[in-house]
Design a protein around this ligand. Structure first.
Ligand code: ACO
Length: 311
């Protein structure tokens, strides 16, 4: 890249201008966005699986309707994000194929199982809570289509977080057995939720460049701390215990001190060895293969319409 062109690009970023699809951009900026937006889109799509697992077993009709709507919202988020990625010159099919054959990642969190109904509460409260913490700042990200997609996604995610917390509240105030289920869900989801923010800053290979380009607005550790600070009082309100003996308010720092997740587990999960990696990819591959006839039918219909126009 020409240094003058690069400097002019960086000056636009520094002045908080939005970069739009037809603007010149360094190849690295384009590639980083495709990686991050693609990974984000895949997370929304794969993220439907752990919750989809409970739609048929929701305890009431009302809970079923809410969960169904929430899972459909996640599909919508995936679609806005694929559209944003497409403006960078990659097709949705290419992105999907890279997910299906393991060349692209999706969030580590969706490789954990959802074992009980209380997990629907914990996923909404903690996983969607962590997702919003990361996504609210992304509304100000430098790439226009990504920033705009985030606005609606964040509104819907905050509704998801509240519905999760409402499920947790019901469980935590229920029978002793229900309260135990809520505590067990918190115990299993806490550290995987902390891992969603990515490795600690010293191991985050992309942060420095992504922050200079305002593709990322905060470091992984900053957002993780913010999440802990926000979530601990919510756990206290529920009467549940965060599974961390080292958790305490640090008056001097004005933040909670807390234990880091087990990073060897994190790296293992993102390399494909988490409890549900194989299942998740099998489910997505099966959906892609089983629905090939729909794609073929749509393409054939499109071609027919096109020919009718030409004739
Ligand atoms: N799960 C899977 N992979 C991860 C995770 C995670 N939680 N965190 C980091 N990684 C991967 C990165 O993709 C990168 O691998 P790669 O080079 O093969 O792509 C590697 O670990 C190193 O991490 P970082 O250098 O810190 O990566 P990055 O700067 O991309 O930061 C982060 C990771 C914070 C997740 C960033 O990509 C981001 O903000 N993405 C947008 C939000 C998002 O994807 N949310 C998805 C979950 S929310 C939901 O869908 C409900």
């Amino acid at each position: 890249d020409d240094p003058a062109q690069l400097a002019a690009f960086q000056a636009r970023i520094d002045a908080d201008e939005k970069i739009e699809p037809k603007d010149w951009m360094p190849e690295g900026y384009r590639k980083t966005l495709i990686r991050q937006i693609g990974q984000h889109a895949h997370s929304e799509i794969v993220g439907q699986l752990p919750e989809g697992n409970w739609i048929t077993r929701a305890p009431t009709l009302e809970r079923k309707a809410i969960l169904l709507a929430k899972v459909q919202d996640e599909a919508g988020h995936g679609l806005y994000l694929y559209c944003a990625a497409e403006t960078l010159g990659v097709s949705r099919d290419e992105l999907t194929e890279m997910l299906l054959d393991g060349r692209m990642k999706y969030s580590s969190i969706f490789n954990y199982p959802t074992l009980t109904w209380a997990d629907m509460g914990a996923v909404g409260w903690l996983v969607d809570g962590a997702a919003i913490m990361n996504q609210v700042p992304l509304q100000r990200t430098s790439y226009g289509p990504y920033a705009r997609a985030m606005v609606r996604i964040c509104k819907e995610e905050s509704f998801h977080q509240r519905q999760g917390y409402a499920v947790m509240m019901k469980m935590a105030q229920g029978t002793p057995a229900q309260k135990r289920m809520a505590q067990d869900a918190l115990n299993r989801m806490w550290y995987p939720s902390l891992m969603m923010f990515g490795p600690s800053d010293k191991d985050s290979v992309h942060s420095a460049q992504s922050m200079a380009w305002k593709i990322k607005m905060n470091t992984n550790d900053e957002l993780r701390q913010k999440f802990v600070d926000q979530t601990v009082p919510q756990a206290e309100y529920l009467g549940l215990t965060v599974p961390d003996e080292n958790l305490r308010w640090n008056e001097e720092r004005g933040h909670y001190d807390f234990s880091e997740p087990d990073w060897s587990e994190f790296f293992d999960v993102i390399q494909g060895n988490g409890p549900c990696n194989v299942d998740r990819l099998e489910a997505r591959n099966k959906a892609w293969d089983d629905n090939a006839w729909v794609r073929e039918g749509l393409l054939a219909h499109g071609r027919k319409k096109q020919q009718a126009k030409v004739a």
